[in-house]
Design a protein around this ligand. Structure first.
Ligand code: ZN
Length: 320
């Protein structure tokens, strides 16, 4: 049986173990937050509570992280464990292409401004835990940081040849998107794939503006585009892929429920969408679970979910 046939059968039988066995991508995953509660419990005995109700804002999420996670895991040992967990959880979930990386400030904060150490940490972890995974190393920028700081912090990353893509995240309203144009031009010259978080909290117009200003190849979230038929058509015509995280969108109150998730509408407009985890440690959102949730909520048929799975693989040149 082909992977596509297995995947469809697994969804129809609600067989999560079989879903996990079929190759899939996770292109929107925040590294150490990609570790699961189960992994942490098994390896440290610490029980992280599950999210009992929706979060109201990113600040609310930060506070939850601070209280339940950072208090244990912001030490070098703690980060080591959660990064190891991220690779292990992805591997156990059948993720064959994993896009994760480090925030540019993390080089100073965790690695003493020694980029070689940062790179070695990720590469060694990849090799040790999940060498079969096609690991795409990402450079991350926080939107609230000053541009001159970001330029300074990003400089050592631009001197390396192991990075694959760049992402921009945190508060979408912190400063205008055009401020990041210079940084993204440098990333483009370097040949990195250009992505940014936009249209999670902002509007459809914000999505279009970010794609135009930064010349994005892919958008993380971008769900607000569903409010504008023109912008959805424009995204489709320009072949802009949206890397969507359904449970995160529900739990951060961006979307009322999985049933009402606009991923359906975006897909119907012919936009390439992929299904991703965001922060597994908070949202309990390994990609296999996300596919099954969308299937059980009748958002997509098993065949459509398989097409979406293939979009992800094809977007990284990783055909079955
Ligand atoms: Zn995200």
């Amino acid at each position: 049986m082909s992977n596509s046939e297995l995947f469809i059968q697994a969804l129809e039988n609600n067989d999560i173990e079989l879903i996990k066995k079929v190759p899939k991508t996770d292109l929107h995953n925040h590294s150490t937050s990609g570790c699961s509660r189960e992994y942490i419990k098994k390896h440290s005995g610490i029980e992280i509570p599950s999210l009992q109700k929706k979060l109201k804002s990113l600040d609310d999420m930060e506070q939850w992280m601070e209280k339940n996670i950072n208090s244990y895991f912001s030490t070098p040992e703690g980060r080591n464990m959660t990064l190891e967990g991220c690779f292990q959880v992805a591997n156990d979930d059948g993720v064959v292409v994993l896009q994760i990386g480090e925030d540019v400030w993390g080089n100073g904060y965790y690695y003493n401004n020694d980029i070689k150490k940062l790179i070695a940490q990720y590469k060694n972890m990849h090799k040790k835990i999940a060498p079969e995974i096609d690991f795409r190393f990402q450079v991350g920028l926080s939107r609230h940081c000053g541009i001159s700081y970001l330029e300074e912090w990003m400089a050592p990353f631009l001197e390396q040849d192991c990075f694959y893509s760049i992402d921009l995240y945190c508060n979408e309203f912190a400063q205008p998107i055009k401020n990041f144009k210079g940084l993204y031009r440098k990333a483009k010259e370097k040949g990195w794939l250009l992505t940014a978080h936009v249209g999670e909290w902002g509007t459809a117009d914000d999505v279009k503006e970010a794609v135009e200003e930064l010349e994005l190849n892919e958008v993380n979230h971008g769900i607000a585009a569903a409010d504008s038929p023109q912008i959805m058509n424009w995204l489709r015509d320009n072949n802009i892929q949206l890397n969507i995280t359904p449970t995160s969108n529900v739990m951060l109150n961006r979307v009322e429920s999985i049933e009402k998730h606009p991923i359906r509408k975006l897909y119907d407009y012919g936009i390439k969408v992929t299904i991703n985890s965001d922060d597994i440690i908070i949202f309990d959102s390994e990609v296999s679970k996300e596919y099954l949730r969308l299937y059980n909520a009748k958002v997509f048929t098993a065949d459509e979910l398989n097409k979406i799975r293939l979009y992800g693989l094809e977007s990284r040149g990783n055909y079955e």
